[in-house]
Write a protein that binds this ligand. Structure first.
Ligand code: NZQ
Ligand code: ZN
Length: 352
């Protein structure tokens, strides 16, 4: 079963290539299409039903994070009569059986190809949550497939990679270990290549670097020895559940505001971030001043690359809704400061 979203896989040429290979090998093929950005639980259920009815024995997910995540859940839901949401979140059980799965990545940034986490929106419950799905048997990373991705999506995807790095880096413990030093290298590489991709959108080396950065950031390597933060992600996911906003854009708005609330609780790491990643001149400055300068540089970079910095830019202004977003956001253990739901609401208001 070949699964994809809209028409993009046809435009970038990968669809014809896949069909040719599968036909040459006499495979029976069915298609499951229309997987939307921010995939819904309903859509995954729909895919699972088709997979079951057709005794599908292999799922090929062709697309970005949304297609890959949806397929991870199709793969497990098609193998059980139990409702996977209930099973994972209410009964505390994890799926054990999977339909074999492979990912062909056409839009990079999430690193979803490297793990079995699937971020799925349950529209009825108004929750966008990370579920446990299937891990792929193999992944194809060919940067040429990403050449047709619109610039806005390339940048928001790459910012998502930077976010995954920061969410890991600012986790616990605050002492710098080798994982953090590798993360610094990835952050610098992502920043450099976002600037490059804006100048030279068709440069395949740049696409290749961003694609590999994305995979490294989510393969687990950077997280070794860390309790990750991911507080910005938790807030963004709920913002997504209520507004269906673009993931990377939502993160770009939230990160600097959130960091102004937490940096004092992890000052040495924010100082290091400013100096190592943003090359902030730290002469005659206090630790607080250096850390603040790092956050200002992050903010400036977000503006420079054309990502939104306010919710207004996404036409989001409903305070009542933001209160619900705040109240339904998970509080993470790895965040330097344990936020309250009220403080998350305050952060969201600052994002307006
Ligand atoms: O619908 P199609 O035609 O596929 O178009 C897509 C979609 O409109 C388009 N696109 C993909 N490849 C293309 C292309 N357009 C032209 N040429 C190509 N080669 O890009 C648009 C966005 O695609 P989407 O898959 O939604 O983007 P992304 O890769 O950023 O994935 C976002 C989803 O991943 C989740 C997010 O929450 C969001 O739901 N995440 C998954 C993670 C994971 N599983 O590890 C981690 C992340 O933190 C993230 O939460
Ligand atoms: Zn992300």
């Amino acid at each position: 079963m070949i699964c994809y979203g809209g028409e993009s896989i046809k435009k970038c040429g990968v669809y014809d290539e896949i069909l040719e290979i599968l036909n040459e090998n006499d495979k029976n093929i069915i298609e499951f299409t229309g997987i939307m950005p921010n995939p819904t639980y309903k859509k995954a259920q729909e895919g699972a039903k088709i997979a079951k009815e057709n005794n599908v024995d292999f799922i090929l997910a062709v697309g970005g994070g949304s297609v890959m995540d949806c397929c991870k859940i199709i793969s497990v839901q098609a193998k059980t009569e139990e409702d996977i949401w209930k099973m994972e979140f209410e009964d505390g059980k994890l799926p054990k059986e999977f339909i074999k799965l492979a990912h062909i990545v056409t839009a990079s940034g999430t690193g979803a190809e490297m793990n079995n986490g699937a971020v799925i929106t349950n529209e009825d419950k108004k929750i966008k949550a990370g579920m446990m799905g299937a891990l792929a048997d193999f992944v194809v990373l060919d940067p040429t497939y990403t050449l047709t991705v619109p610039e806005k999506q390339v940048i928001s995807g790459a910012f998502d990679t930077l976010s995954h790095c920061m969410e890991t880096y600012f986790g616990k413990p605050s002492e710098t270990n080798v994982s953090d030093e590798i993360t610094e290298a990835i952050m610098k590489n992502v920043i450099k290549n976002i600037r490059e991709v804006i100048k030279n959108p068709k440069d395949i080396n740049v696409r290749s670097e961003l694609m590999w950065d994305s995979s490294i950031a989510e393969c687990g390597l950077l997280k070794l020895g860390k309790i990750t933060d991911f507080q910005a992600h938790q807030i963004e996911h709920q913002l997504g559940a209520y507004t269906d906003c673009n993931h990377g854009q939502g993160l770009a708005i939230i990160h600097p505001k959130l960091y102004r609330h937490i940096y004092k609780e992890n000052i040495s790491k924010f100082v290091r971030f400013a100096v190592e990643v943003w090359k902030v001149d730290n002469k005659n400055l206090s630790k607080e001043e250096i850390a603040e300068k790092g956050i200002i540089e992050l903010d400036k970079f977000i503006k420079e690359i054309g990502l939104p910095t306010t919710l207004a830019e996404l036409n989001i202004s409903d305070k009542e809704m933001l209160r619900k977003v705040a109240d339904s956001s998970n509080i993470t253990k790895g965040c330097a400061k344990q936020l309250s739901h009220d403080e998350i609401y305050e952060i969201l208001l600052e994002c307006l």
